[in-house]
Design a protein around this ligand. Structure first.
Ligand SMILES: [Zn+2]
Length: 282
């Protein structure tokens, strides 16, 4: 064990750290879920539609250039509206994950309502994409007791929602260690912290220079590599699909791939490895 970082060998032989590029393809639902009035504001809806229509194809190209596979968390309403985009994501070898039907984050909805939303959404994944998502990222990084219960009942492999650790870990649920793997995230690793700008309530003023964000993410990545941890990046195509930010993804991937021992993989691959290697049954 390294005396400074406490680093242990947690990953496959030759791997020093794990990285996921996660894309939350919220589209219009990013807007309607923050304010239902946005259903009546075509210009705000149009900002959302830039993600699935224009940004995702650019993102797929930059991922192909670096030969990396990513995870796309897509609300089922977006899959219904943009089925070709969602199929293309799968055909290019990426993973799709659960992100609600309309990006819901009503903390008071309750078990029955959440179950209805999940049933309807999983049906859409199966009908349109012929896949069942293994993982979930809760919209706005909220989590409810009902979501946790449903994830166990539906045998999800992982969540990528919590912000309480540097490493993957197994949930504690009803007093026991669960076999659901958490792949922790962090606002520091989320493009919306830097790039979400809107004058509509609730106002956001994020227009950072890509060089500043690249500096932050390189610093985080260097630490993750040193400590042998996980970096779970969160992108929103409608924000990160703009020219200078696509270049940022390109530059970041070039930097990461120049460092030995970096494992860039889908959430499903990382969580699957973690469960096999470190699971409660082992
Ligand atoms: Zn989202």
């Amino acid at each position: 064990m390294d005396t400074v970082t406490g680093k242990e060998q947690r990953w496959p032989v030759g791997v020093q750290c794990a990285v996921n590029f996660g894309f939350d393809v919220d589209g219009e639902t990013l807007w309607t879920s923050r304010d239902a009035e946005n259903w009546n504001r075509p210009a705000n809806l149009a900002q959302g539609s830039y993600g699935p229509r224009v940004a995702v194809p650019k993102i797929l190209n930059v991922l192909d250039k670096h030969e990396v596979k990513a995870t796309f968390f897509i609300p089922a309403w977006i899959i219904e509206k943009y089925p070709e985009m969602a199929r293309e994501v799968i055909e290019r070898g990426h993973e799709v994950g659960y992100h609600g039907y309309l990006h819901e984050f009503d903390m008071t909805a309750g078990y029955e309502t959440e179950k209805e939303i999940m049933d309807k959404s999983l049906d859409i994944f199966e009908r349109v994409l012929k896949v069942r998502p293994r993982g979930l990222r809760s919209p706005l990084c909220e989590m409810t007791e009902a979501t946790m219960r449903l994830m166990h009942e539906y045998e999800f492999l992982y969540s990528s929602t919590m912000m309480d650790d540097d490493f993957p870990y197994f949930w504690k649920y009803q007093g026991k260690i669960s076999n659901i793997v958490e792949l922790p995230i962090q606002w520091l690793w989320d493009d919306s912290s830097y790039f979400f700008f809107t004058l509509s309530d609730p106002v956001r003023r994020g227009i950072s220079t890509p060089s500043k964000v690249l500096e932050i993410w390189k610093g985080e990545f260097d630490g993750v590599l040193e400590y042998g941890a996980i970096l779970d990046l969160v992108f929103h195509p409608q924000l990160s699909g703009r020219y200078s930010r696509i270049k940022l993804i390109d530059d970041l991937l070039t930097y990461m791939k120049s460092k030995q021992g970096t494992w860039i993989a889908t959430c499903e691959e990382i969580a699957g490895y973690w469960r096999d290697a470190h699971g409660p049954a082992n």
